[in-house]
Design a protein around this ligand. Structure first.
Ligand code: PMP
Ligand code: GLN
Length: 424
């Protein structure tokens, strides 16, 4: 093992004595080691591994192609036109109007652009602000579906509440209604939904959505729903939980431009819901970032008003990419769980000796020139074993990149397709 440098040793010492909420945040996200060190997030670690080794990065979910030209051009034009100072606290009125129009056009939802929606620094800020706003102490509980997007556990821990998890298990990663009912109690402040789901690719069935609404109503909980993959649902149009009977009055719906317009670096998100809930979220949000992304806000308004064809094609193109990725993974010997939505395909590496997916993923860049993320990064420590062999691969890359990744995996693990008598 490399000798610890003096400055690194010193920084360890300092971290271990710094009091504050950072410690429970890191612990909540599973990043705090016994010696007080804080690991980088799995996305940072794996993207660094890709840069170091030249491996193809199917880890962090970001597209390698630009989004629609008119959206990019609108951002350039906005900078030229002087949209370079603080936008209004709730967001640019034209973007608020575009979000409202979008929710009405796609889902029939009525959103008052002046009182029921705010623009945030990505979905991440909307999620964190909502949790900080709604949670009030260590006895409050937040129900999440596990595996979960990593910021959920971090934000719940930062807010000082308890995380209660409902498992999503292979092959279809749908929650069990009884487990869900057992998880929601009068202590539940928030049921946090993510549909379509990262990392599993599940799209929740209507009965489960209805059960969530029923339980939230019975226990007077708020539903916070993360729908950043709303336009990337493959087999059926997306159903926002807020459209179910009785849901809208207790639901905060969160989305973001990042996935829909391939602009993950712009960090323009939004949250809408009943005015009192939005006021509560805004109260916290305005002291996190206040505002962000002045020239990107009008550009996202342009995106949200693109015609239906753009949205249909975005979903069809990504579905096709998943097919290419899935075929490559099967050919290399993985067992593939076909996603119903979102950026990611989950595959079981156990047939390739990858029963410990975390170790498997750490070795993968050197072994096959590909980076992927173990599902254990999205689970709590005591449930890690249930997802031990599962690996998440991002499909939001150019087809030729996915084909090259498939070829590398086939070389790294030996192409099993001939032994199985099929190619996919
Ligand atoms: N929620 C989910 C499920 C995500 O996958 C992501 C990022 N890919 C986010 C939230 C964060 O979105 P944003 O970049 O808009 O903050
Ligand atoms: N949401 C993306 C993913 O799941 C990126 C997350 C991040 O880098 N924080 O991969």
């Amino acid at each position: 093992m490399a000798k610890m440098s003096f400055t690194y040793g010193l920084s360890l010492f300092f971290m271990s004595v710094i009091p504050g909420a950072w410690r429970r945040t890191a612990a909540g996200a599973g990043l705090l080691a016994d010696d007080g060190t804080v690991a980088p997030t799995i996305f940072a670690e794996m993207s660094a591994a890709a840069a170091r080794t030249g491996a193809i990065n199917l880890g962090q979910g970001f597209p390698d192609e630009d989004g629609p030209a008119e959206v990019l051009e609108a951002a350039r034009a906005a900078i030229s036109a002087g949209a370079n100072q603080y936008p209004p606290g709730r967001g640019l009125p034209d973007l608020l109007a575009a979000i409202s129009e979008h929710q009405s056009r796609f889902y029939g939802l009525t959103v008052d652009p002046e009182r029921e929606v705010i623009v945030t620094a990505g979905a991440t800020e909307a999620l964190t602000a909502a949790l900080l706003a709604l949670i009030d102490g260590p006895d409050d509980e937040v129900v999440v579906f596990e595996p979960y997007y990593d910021s959920y556990a971090a934000a719940v821990a930062l807010a000082g509440a308890r995380l209660v998890t409902v498992p999503l298990r292979a092959p279809d990663f749908q929650p069990d209604a009884d487990r869900l009912a057992a998880a929601v109690t009068d202590r539940t402040r928030v049921i946090l939904v993510n549909d379509p789901h990262n990392p599993t690719g599940a799209v929740f069935g209507r009965e489960i959505l209805a059960e969530i609404v029923r339980l939230a109503d019975r226990h007077d909980a708020i539903i916070v729903t993360d729908e950043v993959y709303e336009h990337l649902s493959f087999s059926a149009p997306h159903t926002p939980i807020a459209t179910l009977p009785g849901a809208a009055s207790r639901t905060l719906t969160i989305s973001s431009a990042g996935k829909t317009f391939s602009t993950t670096g712009w960090k323009i998100g939004w949250v809408h819901g009943p005015a009192p809930l939005i006021t509560a979220v805004l109260t916290v949000k305005q002291y996190l970032t206040y505002v962000n992304g002045a020239p990107f806000q009008p550009a996202v308004a342009v995106g949200l008003r693109l015609d239906d064809r753009y949205f249909t094609e975005a979903s069809e193109t990504l579905a096709r990419k998943h097919e290419v990725l899935g075929a490559g993974l099967r050919a290399a010997g993985f067992e593939v769980h076909v996603p119903q939505g979102g950026y990611f395909t989950v595959a079981d590496a156990s047939p390739l000796g990858g029963r410990d997916a975390a170790a498997f993923c750490r070795a993968l860049p050197e072994r096959a020139g590909v980076v992927a993320i173990p599902l254990s990064a999205f689970t709590s420590a005591h449930h890690r074993a249930d997802y031990a062999g599962l690996v998440r691969f991002a499909a939001c890359k150019r087809i030729e990149v996915l084909e090259e990744a498939a070829a590398r995996l086939a070389t790294g693990f030996g192409d099993r397709s001939s032994q199985r008598g099929r190619t996919a």
